[in-house]
Design a protein around this ligand. Sequence first.
Ligand SMILES: [Cu+2]
Length: 69
Amino acid sequence: MEKAALKVQGMSCEHCVKAIEGSVGDLAGVERVLVDLKGGEVAVEYNPQSVSLDKIKETIDDQGYDVEE
Ligand SMILES: [Cu+2]
């Protein structure tokens, strides 16, 4: 299991939290996803054999948020 903390811009309310936790949480291989609204961070635990970090970033991006590199 891998862990990563992504800096994400544009998250402002509970709707954003649900959108990200819902969409990323639905990805096969993602074990946990936790949004820190104040810190502007998304913490993920995932199985790199099932899902890539790029795929997770892309999913957040698809929801309309910017992931910083
Ligand atoms: Cu929002």
